[in-house]
Ligand binder design. Structure first.
Ligand code: ATP
Length: 196
């Protein structure tokens, strides 16, 4: 059974993912796997270089700063990068999921509803938090300006738009409550996994 875990920037996806991992659930972090694949896959590298030039890499390593400066300034370039990276992550995830031995696996991905990808999952968990809290968290975590956070958010749907589409919603403000909600969802997913 495949469960998607999503939420806007700074909502607390990775925090929630860690709580599931503590319960033994296999979690695939799409963002970090995408970065890893961009560094390790020869096929991806070739395609990225053909689109963005040799300066997209420093030797063997992805030049994240350069690539970010290009794609975050131009939506068309971001779409082109995603069109290369997303299918690679998807097939890597599918191969990984087949190898897992748990009742269900979680794929943590920032954009599920934005990409209309919810059909790929047996259930989707959405993490939400108040907007101001999210902005503050990301500014503190990444040491970035508010404008940068708002720019990233502009590519994402609002929580209110995503909530009716999700099977489970976690309101992540108080960590103890979040942990308790994770336990409840985990119990339901285990029950559900026996039925399919
Ligand atoms: P991104 O989309 O940027 O990857 P995310 O949704 O995965 O973000 P996290 O990295 O889990 O979010 O959380 C953002 C920051 O807020 C982290 O520094 C995390 O420790 C902190 N944080 C998350 N949830 C809470 C909470 N309930 N209370 C206090 N701090 C929190």
């Amino acid at each position: 059974m495949i469960v998607g875990l999503t939420g806007g920037i700074g909502s607390g996806k990775s925090t929630v993912a860690r709580f599931f991992m503590d319960l033994g659930v296999p979690v695939y972090d799409s963002d970090s796997e995408a970065k890893r694949l961009m560094n390790t896959s020869k096929h991806l590298r070739k395609r990225i270089v053909s689109l963005f030039g040799e300066q997209a890499y420093h030797g063997q390593t992805l030049n994240k700063k350069y690539l970010a400066s290009v794609v975050f300034a131009d939506d068309e370039q971001l779409d082109k990068l995603n069109a290369i990276v997303h299918p690679a992550v998807r097939s890597h995830f599918e191969a990984w999921a087949k190898k897992q031995q748990f009742a269900y696996v979680i794929q943590e991905t920032a954009l599920i509803f934005e990409n209309n990808a919810q059909e790929r999952y047996d259930a989707v968990i959405l993490v939400v938090s108040p907007l101001e809290t999210r902005i503050k968290r990301v500014m503190e975590r990444d040491g970035v300006q508010k404008e940068m956070v708002l720019e990233r958010m502009s590519h994402q749907l609002l929580d209110a738009e995503k909530m009716p589409l999700a099977n489970f919603v976690i309101t992540n403000t108080d960590l103890e409550i979040t942990k308790k909600t994770v336990l409840e969802i985990h119990a339901q997913l285990l029950k559900f996994s026996h039925k399919i």
